[in-house]
Write a protein that binds this ligand. Structure first.
Ligand code: ZN
Length: 115
């Protein structure tokens, strides 16, 4: 199976595979996944549905965040439904994800801080 990923529920950039990130977007491989039954997994995304070397159960249904976005939003632990699966699989892109965590968070709008 090839790479796959999900878009962060806040900023809509994908969780990036550790094999695809660069210096600017390295923060996008630090991921949080909240499963439908409420488990919260935090760690590095590997591009194959694993976070911190743990296979996320039912990854396509998980609520996914970048760790940086999740922290800025106040670390909400509740399940918010499935994240959109990434059109570029978190791997096949050029410069569209070359943004800092601050820029991406400010541009995202679904989870204002303190919500
Ligand atoms: Zn994000």
């Amino acid at each position: 199976m090839g790479f796959f990923s999900a878009d962060c529920v806040h900023c809509a950039h994908p969780l990036l595979s550790t094999y695809a990130s660069n210096e600017i977007n390295a923060w996008m491989m630090h991921a949080v996944a909240i499963t439908a039954n409420g488990s919260v997994l935090v760690g590095q995304y590997d591009g194959y549905g694993r976070i911190g070397e743990i296979q996320v159960p039912d990854f396509p249904r998980a609520t996914c965040w970048h760790y940086e976005c999740w922290q800025r939003a106040g670390s909400p632990a509740e399940y918010r439904g499935p994240s959109t699966l990434s059109a570029d699989q978190g791997f096949f892109f050029t410069t569209e994800h070359d943004v800092s965590a601050d820029e991406a968070f400010d541009a995202g709008g679904t989870s204002p801080p303190g919500n």
